[in-house]
Design a binder for this molecule. Sequence first.
Ligand SMILES: NC(=O)c1ccc[n+]([C@@H]2O[C@H](COP(=O)([O-])OP(=O)(O)OC[C@H]3O[C@@H](n4cnc5c(N)ncnc54)[C@H](OP(=O)(O)O)[C@@H]3O)[C@@H](O)[C@H]2O)c1
Length: 323
Amino acid sequence: MKQTMLAVTRETYGGPDVMCLSRVDRPIPKADQVLVEVEATSVNPFDWHQLTGRPWLVRLPALFKPSVRILGADIAGTVVAVGDQIQDFKPGEAVFGDINFGAFAQFAIAQPHMLARRPDGVTVEDAGVVGIAGLTALQAVRDWGRVQAGEKVLINGASGGVGAYAVQIAIAFGAEVTGVCSAANTALVRRLGADRVIDYKSTDFATEQVRYDVVIDLVANRGPRAIGRILADNGRWVLVALNIPRFLVSSLFGRWLLGGSNKTTTFKIAEIRQDDLATLARMLAEGQIRSVIDRSFSLEDVPKAMSYLATKRAKGKVAIRLE
Ligand SMILES: NC(=O)c1ccc[n+]([C@@H]2O[C@H](COP(=O)([O-])OP(=O)(O)OC[C@H]3O[C@@H](n4cnc5c(N)ncnc54)[C@H](OP(=O)(O)O)[C@@H]3O)[C@@H](O)[C@H]2O)c1
């Protein structure tokens, strides 16, 4: 007899109200897959784009009816079964990662490179929210921004899911960090270790006299001319926020608009890499970074968690905790 599980499913593109708790078949891992019992996950703007089908680019694989019924990328839980080809994981191991889809359920299928072991001392909730946001922050600081010790780094959107990790990772890399957020979150960003915090309602960071080596931009509310003014020679503007018009203008005319041939713009999509997940696990275990969890919801309340994320006011991560 087929085993079943609870999952939050959707049949159409739309808002959180198209999601509902359903009983569905429990997935069976193929030879190269791992089956994980989900204990924690979180909501990300990635899930929101997949849910709503906006921007339209995300609908390319399925224009009118989504091909994926169960969303949820971040995951932490326990391996319950592995396919014949899997050598790296075995049942009973505590794992976490980013599986793109399927984590808003009691059980989820993962490709092994999307998982890493959860060390003792890292809670399931802390590991369950780190996936997309942690990978993005690590790759933005280390790979796209090439942040070096002693450099001045500005993080626009420092109190959100990606920003809270980016502040801590940039500090771990030895940078001098300025975070931009609202007054309500300045204390949080300071506690994360930022050297300076700018409240965007009272100060426009783009009119500052300071010159930054790297701007990690999770909001993309300023254009290349404004960013160019605050970038030092060889400065790097790392556009992380998904803003297609801004990305197109910046990639076509960025060098000219930034006001210096040695200033650059980068926009990349974070990659799921097992060694980066392992780096995040080590940083969490050693206390170099911590997960900031604003609110926790149950599986049934994933639609409420998505609605909260959509307010763009979350402080750090919005977690989903399964029984
Ligand atoms: N390129 C990639 O691979 C990739 C990967 C992940 C995410 N992203 C993108 O990165 C962006 C951030 O993601 P996230 O998960 O961090 O989102 P999030 O958690 O929803 O961000 C919420 C935070 O944004 C802050 N914020 C809102 N308006 C702001 C403003 N005008 N200035 C400064 N901060 C502001 C809020 O702080 P206040 O309440 O203090 O305003 C809040 O703490 C999204 O656009 C997402 O799509 C891209």
